[in-house]
Write a protein that binds this ligand. Structure first.
Ligand SMILES: [Mg+2]
Length: 191
């Protein structure tokens, strides 16, 4: 039995993909812009040519919708539920903030239920995720952000970087491309 800490956005669901689609619409429909200006940019505000205020306004208006409607990644439900049924403890740890969402806990809880994902605990608006991992004696932490992997790993906890378009350059952590690889990695138990 392992205690597994799991990020939400871009680890179990495709949040960033929907952010880009909605930001493009928002720029055209609300801000009167031309939509995506720099398609090869690394982050969506640069893609849209927005400053910090543009990003803040967009998040205040649309983040709730995006996070409620982000699509679950292939096999995330099947693998997480299998791990749960096998007796592992599933702990979701998300940075989702009260600053932009009226109730990030309820939003995430409802999304997990709607998508039929089983879990034991859910933490939101965490800041650094190290405290939640240490307090819950997490054995393996899975996230798409190198910074989160770095923080948690510095506390001596094993981490797994979930592959995404924007973390290709990162080579300090073991990496998985999809949820079936997560299952195999956990079953090897070599962490
Ligand atoms: Mg994430």
């Amino acid at each position: 039995m392992y205690r597994i800490g799991i990020d939400i956005d871009d680890t179990i669901c495709d949040t960033n993909e929907l952010i880009v689609i909605e930001a493009d619409k928002y720029d055209r429909e609300v801000l009167g812009g031309i939509g995506i200006k720099n398609p090869d940019a690394y982050d969506f505000p640069t893609m849209m040519g927005w400053d910090i205020n543009g990003k803040g306004k967009f998040f205040a208006d649309r983040l709730e919708y995006i996070m409620a409607n982000a699509k679950i990644k292939p096999f995330a439900k099947e693998v997480i539920n299998k791990l749960y049924d096998e007796g592992n403890e599933i702990v979701f740890i998300s940075l989702r903030k009260k600053k932009y969402l009226s109730d990030p806990y309820k939003l995430s809880f409802d999304w997990l239920h709607k998508n039929e994902v089983k879990f034991h605990k859910l933490f939101v608006d965490t800041g650094e995720k190290t405290d939640e991992c240490v307090d819950n004696k997490i054995d393996l932490f899975i996230d798409d952000l190198p910074k989160n992997c770095e923080d948690v790993s510095s506390a001596g906890i094993s981490v797994l970087l979930f592959n995404s378009d924007y973390n290709h350059d990162e080579n300090r952590f073991n990496r998985v491309n999809d949820w079936n690889e997560v299952y195999d990695y956990i079953h090897k138990g070599d962490f």
